[in-house]
Design a protein around this ligand. Structure first.
Ligand code: COS
Length: 384
């Protein structure tokens, strides 16, 4: 049985690897120009089942475990990361809450459509004044008979322009309750009072759209609450533990792409009568990058195995995302350096990859927040 599963994974990994290299990478330039993910790419992502990677099989998904999921994400993220954003929020933070804390009715209502890619989901936690300090969020939901009425603004919500359902975090208890006064709701796109702003213009991640989602007396039925009242923050944190591991896999895939771009340039470009790859200072940059990429990959595989065995991976996921995304940043910098002046113009992919990689150290937990989470878990385990 296990062997059959491993064989299926190997086939899926190979299919994702080919799709990334043969379909996604060639589509990158067009995405820069149009800011849209082309229809043939969306079709391919659907055919691979990627919209339902983490959704259990009984709801139409692939039901992958963390090891399997991170293996596929690593392959797909050989191409620019906006392709992953397109299906990744639907699989990740947008869906994990429904999978882990949803009622049967909520699962049946959303998961099959999310898994097929017919519907997309977004995760609405961040606000204009609440980013790293997520528990300080100000969006409020007030009970009114059989309904809740939501007011507030969510910021930088990925895929909001496409989403059919939002997991929205709102304060339902008094301020003094802090994180324990926050609840989660599943809010349908067509809810009166919900509006989505024009996407922000960003320095990179072309094709991924981030908007504000505004709630003005948006009424949702009591059955839209996700998990018991007051558990929204903890549920968000649990989803983020998983999502940070996923994000580390994004960085891991990009590390290999960046290195390959560096290798290609270093072997083609000649200076002083020979390919610059022959120079030891160039080789040192390549070798340091490969070592970091391999280390990141190994950390992710181990944390994914830990998660699959049922362990809480708050510390491990924070370490993985911190290390892998910082490594990707260093590698992007070195590979651009290898390109010299040609790395600074738009002719070569390294210029846009460099801009894309910069976001990885910020979203779904900044490097600094991940350091704090890691140290806090270490001190807790130590009994301090
Ligand atoms: N899993 C389960 N429960 C968790 C948890 C986790 N990973 N992390 C915290 N909790 C629980 C705590 O145990 C605590 O519960 P009790 O009150 O029962 O003890 C509760 O949640 C509040 O936690 P805490 O006191 O640690 O909250 P803080 O306000 O100190 O916030 C951080 C903690 C910094 C970890 C949180 O705000 C965070 O992750 N910020 C970054 C947000 C982010 O990544 N945003 C990106 C955009 S979303 S895509």
């Amino acid at each position: 049985m296990e062997t059959e599963r491993e064989e299926t994974l190997a086939l899926l990994v190979e299919a994702c690897r080919r799709f990334a290299r043969e379909v996604l990478v060639p589509a990158e330039v067009a995405v820069q120009q149009t800011q849209e993910i082309p229809a043939h790419v969306v079709r391919g992502l659907r055919e691979l089942g990627l919209f339902g990677m983490t959704v259990p099989e009984e709801y139409g998904g692939l039901g992958l475990n963390a090891f399997e999921e991170t293996s596929l994400v690593t392959e797909i993220c050989y191409a620019q990361p906006a392709f992953r954003s397109f299906f990744g929020t639907t699989n990740g933070v947008g869906t994990l809450g429904i999978i882990n804390f949803g009622t049967e009715a909520q699962k049946l209502r959303y998961l099959p459509r999310l898994a097929s890619g017919e519907m997309m989901a977004s995760f609405a936690l961040t606000e204009p004044d609440s980013g790293s300090d997520a528990a300080s969020l100000q969006t409020r939901a007030v009970r009114d008979g059989d309904h809740w009425v939501i007011n507030g603004t969510k910021r930088f919500i990925t895929n909001a322009i496409h989403a059919g359902v939002f997991t929205v975090f709102a304060r339902t208890g008094p301020k003094e309750l802090g994180a324990n006064g926050i609840s989660a709701f599943l809010v349908d796109r067509d809810t009166p009072g919900l509006s989505v702003s024009k996407p922000y213009e960003k320095m990179g991640f072309a094709g991924s759209h981030e908007s504000d989602v505004i709630f003005e007396d948006a009424r949702v039925p009591a059955s839209a609450m996700l998990g018991p009242e007051g558990t929204g923050f903890k549920n968000a944190m649990r989803s983020l533990d998983h999502a940070r591991l996923h994000m580390a896999a994004v960085a891991s895939g990009l590390c290999q792409r960046l290195i390959d771009e560096g290798l290609r340039y270093a072997t083609e470009r000649k200076q002083f009568g020979q390919p610059i790859a022959k120079f030891q200072l160039i080789q040192a940059m390549l070798a340091d990058s490969q070592a970091e990429a391999l280390a990141a990959r190994a950390m992710i595989e181990r944390a994914a195995r830990d998660m699959d065995s049922g362990r809480k991976i708050t510390k491990e996921a924070a370490c993985c995302k911190y290390f892998a995304t910082e490594a990707a940043g260093r590698i992007a910098d070195r590979m651009l350096q290898i390109h010299g002046g040609n790395g600074y113009i738009k002719e070569y992919p390294i210029e846009r990859l460099y801009r894309d990689v910069r976001l990885l150290r910020i979203y779904e937990g900044t490097s600094q927040i991940l350091q704090l989470i890691t140290a806090r878990e270490m001190l807790r385990e130590f009994g301090a």
